[in-house]
Design a protein around this ligand. Sequence first.
Ligand SMILES: Cc1cc2nc3c(=O)[nH]c(=O)nc-3n(C[C@H](O)[C@H](O)[C@H](O)COP(=O)(O)OP(=O)(O)OC[C@H]3O[C@@H](n4cnc5c(N)ncnc54)[C@H](O)[C@@H]3O)c2cc1C
Length: 458
Amino acid sequence: MKTKFVYLSILLAFSLSGVNAAVPDCQSVVIGSGVAGMKAAMDLKDGGNKVCLIEKMPFPGGATNLAATYFVAVGTKEQKAAGKFILVDDYVARQKKMLPNVDVDKLKAQMLCSQKNLDYLNSLGANITRVLSDYQIGTADGTSLGSSIVKVMFKALKEKGVAFYPNTKALDLVLKNGVVTGVKVRSGNEEFVIPTKNVILATGGFAHNQKLVKKFAPEWAGLPTTTAVGSTGDGLEMAVEHGAKTAYTDVVRMNPSVHSENGVNSSLSAARAEGGIMVNLDGKRFCNDYYPDYTQLSRWLQKQKGSMAYIVIDNKAMKASKRLQGFKDKGYFLQADTLAELAKKMGVPPKALEETAKRYSEFVKNGKDLDFGRQHNLTLDFSQPPYYAVKTQPGIQVTLGGIDVNNNMQVIKKDGGFFPNLYAAGEVTYDGSFRPGPTAVGLYQGHIAAQNILRKSN
Ligand SMILES: Cc1cc2nc3c(=O)[nH]c(=O)nc-3n(C[C@H](O)[C@H](O)[C@H](O)COP(=O)(O)OP(=O)(O)OC[C@H]3O[C@@H](n4cnc5c(N)ncnc54)[C@H](O)[C@@H]3O)c2cc1C
């Protein structure tokens, strides 16, 4: 197919100074090119809408690029074939038990689209077919979920000829009588307004903005984050400035295993997944190191001396994971041939670490963690030196709240009612839970917002 992809130069744009070279003709402006924004832009284009997708970074994808493992889908044919099948209603009931405040109708509506969402991504070539559980599916060859999604969606977007403006940052919304009439943007040294009839905010989360973390989720202020640098809450701030209502802004998904090195924050959760245990500076375990609620796990870790822990593994675990070997090559791991030697490098009492390892190996042998009830990946028997330890602390992975929206993804006003032509989709508007699957939620919400715009304009 001939590529009709348009990178619009800012010089062609509508300048605030009044110089009007060639005004981009946008019936709709989608702000942010993660999974939510790309889906919305493609659906709008398919529906004949003149859509402009703007992105402040030089490249697309945002935090979606970083989504590591699983796409949430329920009741799909892939899961049926793998014998890991649950009906949508049963899944929703299970969620309700875990999260009593969950909006059952919204969750059900999204989950009923599981097969459609999955088929859509796979029709573009994402290859998300490896069933991990009755609600999680990963890529067939284990490559990162997010980079696969961005790669295929961006390719499709180019083929459709969606007008994409990289390096173009939305600064503000222009409103008249409660109706959005344009988006003020900056690109290079130019600032200008793109007039439009509809705006979809798909600007992602705010974990990379300490000011907002302090304001909304002070419990986690000052900690590193593993999310994308562009996740600075721009859309949330813009909407709030114009009177939008927020919801669940205090809820974040923590990562209990962040290693920071030279300003780079990496998730070392794979070390726990390969069986690793967490020990504190006393050389002792302090919790179920594979507890599924990462935020609770992070709270336990925060209470340890120095608010940090080491994840300890042996060579068997290291050999099993390419991801961990990559981190080892970057020098993230301390390494020693004996546990006593490793303990010295870690600055923990050698005897304590040896005792911890001995006791844990017994638990592994008997299949029962008598101290903290760990059930998953109870495999580390310390039988293969060398031993490795990596220093970790908690960090924010995803912010789980933001702009409040109605069922059409229209932004709700703080004082009641909603903005008729202002929408939000994706991490900018999650409703307090990671479990519906951030990438799946973004895909679904981008679609709903676009469909609503198309319905209104036809
Ligand atoms: C380490 C990690 C692991 C994860 N693992 C998973 C997983 O296994 N499964 C899963 O489903 N989810 C996972 N997630 C979460 C998921 O990646 C994100 O929540 C989701 O992809 C966000 O999509 P989005 O489209 O809402 O936002 P993003 O993908 O963040 O896109 C937002 C875009 O908006 C742009 N933008 C922001 N402000 C402006 C502005 N003012 N003007 C123009 N552009 C702007 C940003 O640069 C960005 O490109 C993970 C996240 C992280 C960080």
